[in-house]
Write a protein of this length. Structure first.
Lengths: 344, 340
């Protein structure tokens, strides 16, 4: 009886502990001495979360660059893809501590929170592990560089795209994710700057999706209900576009039959198809693949070749319109984003 | 009843009138649906006057469609709360059930079998919850926290973070289609919600099992002395809760046409809030299905209203939280006035 009770207590605890453990914890700290003449380079590539597919694209880029470098050079490059399941600053700190304990050779990280990342990054650097940030920075830490998108510039580009298709007047709505997310706010700021010169363009409302597809679909349709004569949309992310066609009848109808224009961030296959079929007029591609492909190159150049980098490396973005969407779709089909896209 | 001769020349009549009045008042105050019904009516009236878009059949059915799966899950959740438990795994079960069905459909299984697989997966999680809570007597809060993590983890493990898309039209019809009813197009999920509400209300109010469920929340010992198999009732309630939640998840997946591993994150709070606003007592033993339906409706009308009014996006969460607290305070006031 007592044993049963004990088992009963231990079993769920184990389950919870197992469930709560970050994937990084699965790797035990190997007491391996660092080679003096480097023949391997292990880079921990840490995204904000494992639950977001855009990071999976980045991971493929990282793996490809690692394979290319390993094939060409004397150094074997290995990528360790670890992270917290959901976007969580505290969980991510633990992941960084785990890879420090594992004595990786370098870390490339997209920070969930700029402040929370300072301490673990600095501890890694003091332990002799160079760190760079990508996608989301921690500017006050000792990271050697940050590669990312200038979100304000990208927001302005989105405004330009919308004006190109909609014209210089109209009522516009903005869709965002979690209120207060720094990068999304920057995109919206950029967008506002982009339309500032056109007083006849007005932002009538800003709606939130909480990064949830279902809530995004609802917010979109409710806004179409509230503003049936809307002329344009700016999506600071792509949340509702994941839903299948037919789930947003008002938005779809306005896009196809009433000439309403929508510009959105990211360029996942589903978005490219919507652009090709006339639902969207433009996309800002953050080059998720380069998040991995380019960061691994930067880390390699820094660690192996001793190159220095400025504090900010602009990763740039692609502008996708109907003229080059087929090239982007082709890249998705081939799963190869190394080719430069034709101009929009 | 004490007489009061001072105030009235016709004491008997006056007393009768007062007594009727008091009984009527008590009947009203004892209805668990009262507060949420009044609030819903008030919000609806306000929005109808302030916007010309709220009171359109298109908008109202859209609102109903989008709270239907929350309501269906909340029916199950309220049963768990009535027996004195809590189920935190509901949001994750919605995602897992939808995903299992979507994966089934993608691998070419027929719609019926894919749906059954999704429902069965949900039921299995509930059964495990029930065993751990009922038989092994662990607190439901911790057990369902664990199964929530497991169910969510499985959705990530199965998909690697990618949503499963391109689901069959015949499956999507369940979420996107409408039933023609005279001049109206009633969304299919709403039909499900109403049918299930009627079934669960019948189960709770008119069956022996229903009486056990309420008694379990009030006095577990009474049932124990009566020789009732409490473990079986608990397992059944948890299994029912997760099965209903799974159905809600399927309807949501069908409506969106996509099963995302991140779907339904945080929905457990909406679902519990809907149950509690609808008059379900977190202390157990009290709750009504129609109240829960109104609670879910109230939450969605609030969200809808804030968007229609053009309320600043960054303040919406605070506004919704505030309204939930007001609803709970008013319900607390009602309880105090209801003579047991």
């Amino acid at each position: 009886m007592k044993l049963k009770l004990l088992k009963a207590l231990v079993f769920p605890l184990l389950i919870i502990m197992a469930a709560c453990q970050p994937p990084a914890a699965r790797f035990s700290a190997k007491p391996s001495a660092k080679p003096t003449t480097r023949d391997t380079l292990t880079i921990a590539w840490i995204p904000k979360a494992l639950d977001n597919p855009v990071f999976e694209i980045g991971r493929q880029g990282a793996l490809q660059k690692a394979a290319e470098l390993s094939a060409s050079g004397p150094v074997q490059v290995e990528v360790l893809y670890v992270g917290s399941v959901a976007s969580d600053a505290a969980e991510q700190v633990r992941v960084v501590e785990d890879v420090i304990a594992r004595r990786v050779d370098a870390i490339a990280i997209s920070c969930n929170d700029p402040t929370a990342c300072i301490d673990p990054i600095n501890r890694a650097v003091l332990a002799g592990i160079p760190v760079m940030t990508w996608d989301a920075d921690s500017p006050q830490s000792l990271r050697f560089t940050y590669m990312g998108l200038d979100n304000i510039e990208a927001g302005e580009a989105a405004a330009k795209l919308l004006i190109q298709s909609m014209g210089t007047k109209g009522n516009v709505a903005v869709l965002t994710g979690v209120p207060g997310a720094f990068n999304l706010d920057e995109r919206i700021n950029g967008f506002q700057q982009g339309i500032a010169a056109y007083p006849e363009i007005q932002i009538v409302t800003t709606v939130i999706t909480n990064d949830d597809i279902n809530m995004g679909v609802q917010a979109l349709e409710e806004t179409m209900q509230a503003y049936p004569n809307l002329d344009g949309w700016f999506f600071a992310g792509m949340w509702p576009l994941f839903a299948e066609r037919g789930s947003m009848p008002l938005w779809e109808d306005a896009a196809l039959n009433r000439g309403m224009k929508t510009v959105a961030f990211d360029a996942l296959p589903v978005e490219c198809e919507l652009l090709r079929d006339g639902y969207l007029s433009g996309l800002i591609d953050q080059k998720n693949w380069s998040w991995g492909y380019d960061t691994i190159q930067i880390v390699y150049d820094h660690v192996v070749r001793g190159e220095e980098f400025p504090p900010f490396v602009n990763s740039g973005f692609n502008i996708i319109t109907s003229t080059n969407v087929d090239a982007m779709l082709h890249a998705w089909e081939m799963n190869d984003f190394s080719q430069v896209l034709p101009d929009p | 009843m004490s007489t009061n001769n001072v105030l009235s020349h016709t004491p008997e009549k006056k007393n009768n009138w007062l007594a009727y009045h008091r009984i009527g008042w008590q009947m009203l105050v004892r209805r668990q649906e009262l507060i949420v019904f009044i609030l819903l009516l008030a919000a609806g009236t306000f929005l109808s006057l302030r916007t010309d878009t709220f009171l359109t059949s298109n908008n109202l059915f859209n609102v109903a469609r989008s709270f239907s799966w929350i309501a269906i899950a909340a029916f199950g959740e309220s049963m768990v709360i009535i027996i004195g438990g809590i189920d935190l795994s509901v949001g994750a079960v919605m995602a897992l059930a939808g995903l299992i069905t979507a994966i089934g459909l993608q691998s070419g299984v027929s719609v019926i079998w894919a749906i059954l697989a999704g429902l069965l997966t949900g039921g299995l999680v509930g059964w495990a919850n029930g065993i751990l809570v009922g038989r092994i007597r662990l607190p439901s809060f911790i057990v369902t926290l664990g199964t929530m993590s497991i169910a969510r983890g499985i959705t990530f493990g199965l998909t690697g973070g990618w949503p499963v898309r391109s689901l069959l039209q015949s499956f999507r019809y369940l979420g996107q289609g409408d039933l023609i009813l005279g001049p109206w197009l009633l969304p299919i999920p709403v039909v499900f919600m109403l049918g299930i509400a009627a079934l669960v209300a019948f189960l709770l109010d008119y069956t022996v099992l229903g009486r056990y469920i309420y008694t379990l929340g009030n006095s577990e010992r009474a049932l124990l002395f009566a020789g009732i198999n409490l473990t079986r009732v608990k397992i059944l309630v948890f299994t029912l809760c997760s099965s209903l939640t799974a159905l809600g998840g399927l309807l949501m997946t069908a409506r969106l046409g996509v099963a995302a591993p991140t779907a339904g994150i945080g929905y457990e709070l909406d679902i519990i809030a809907a149950a509690v606003i609808g008059g379900t007592s977190l202390f157990g033993g009290e709750g009504s299905i129609w109240g829960v339906l109104l609670g879910a409706a109230f939450m969605q009308v609030l969200r809808n209203g804030l968007v229609l009014l053009g309320f600043p996006a960054y303040w919406q969460s605070a506004a919704i939280g505030g309204m939930i607290l007001i609803a709970l305070l008013l319900d607390f006031w009602r309880r105090q006035r209801a003579v047991p």
